[in-house]
Design a protein around this ligand. Sequence first.
Ligand code: SF4
Ligand code: SF4
Length: 383
Amino acid sequence: MILSQLQLPDSLNYVGVFLTLECNLGCSYCINDPEQTGQRGALFPIKVKQQRNSLTPAEWVKALNRIPYRLDLPITLQGGEPMLYWKGRGLGMILSETPHYFDLLTNFALKPEVFASNLNGQQAKLQRDAPYPSIRISYHADEMNRTWHGDGFTELVNRCTALADHGFKVSPSKAESDVGIYMVAHPQNRVTTEMEAVYAGRVPFETKEFLGVDEGVLHGHYLYPFSTDLIASGIHPQTLSCECRTTELLLDPLGFVWGCHYYLYQSWVEGGPVRQFEALEAQGFRFSEWGVKIFKGHKLVPVGHILDPEFSMADLEVFRSCYHYGRCIGCDTKVKNNRFQSYYDKGIAHTSVNIRNIQMPESLFDKIDNLEQARQFFKPSAS
Ligand code: SF4
Ligand code: SF4
């Protein structure tokens, strides 16, 4: 059955497809683990596959063809490590059968020639005309030095520049380059003069803000007080209740649609909704009809399933009760631009989620920096 096209609201800011949560690396600060405790390898063991844990490329094609093509709204493929999806060959299979432009967030797990060959000649789908590279490679010093014989950064830059031999534009200017390297500005990560000498004149390199708590210090700027560090910083003993909705379409490896990154990641830390997927598949993926029954008794319930013929983007516009406020993932509640550069141009703060009716204990009020501004989020009508 061909599924109907989705009507994308203007407010939709991001489409993220987590092709797999498996990864070849195990970074201590990986946000796939909401606790950021360095246990990633144990949480998402790459070799354990008793049950089906991802959609097939053909299913992704069916799912992503529901999304209308829009030049200004690429589909971002991420994970885990998306190059590893479907034994490395899944990316090319999806790109070949869908009209979209894609962004790729990757650690460059495969050699350039293997990655390029797996693309089935679909390089153009990763070459959107944008002010920044479509292929964004993350550099993780400890893990890459461990994997690549102590010189991870040189290997990574060499892999990037080698893409020029496989149909990609590689330039030190980020507006000109299809590929760029990004490093999380974690306090333990440093940009050294040796690194500058390696990337200069070859490939764009930037740092990006570290979001989370390190040695008792919260990093990042968040709209909602204590949303990411209530528990991690020991501010309060339990999470709070609130109402929340997202501005993003977040799809997990099995095609479930989630209301935020915490729900998505935590459901996979707890094993992933693999049994619920089997039950839903048996019902033709009709989540709107069967979701409540199939997820009965579960704390982490998705918003829908992308293969449900009745799934509609309006399902994302509903405020839903949440009892996990305080464990939110930084990328959901940090202040940032939307895709129209709202924060830089107009001073309008954008966050990936809108939260209201936070049941903030009065005992915490004196710890809130801008209490008068924050009070609007404690009311049922704030958005
Ligand atoms: S490469 Fe990315 S997904 Fe993999 S462990 Fe590191 S931060 Fe996590
Ligand atoms: S309040 Fe936080 S944990 Fe709850 S749905 Fe919103 S972003 Fe997710």
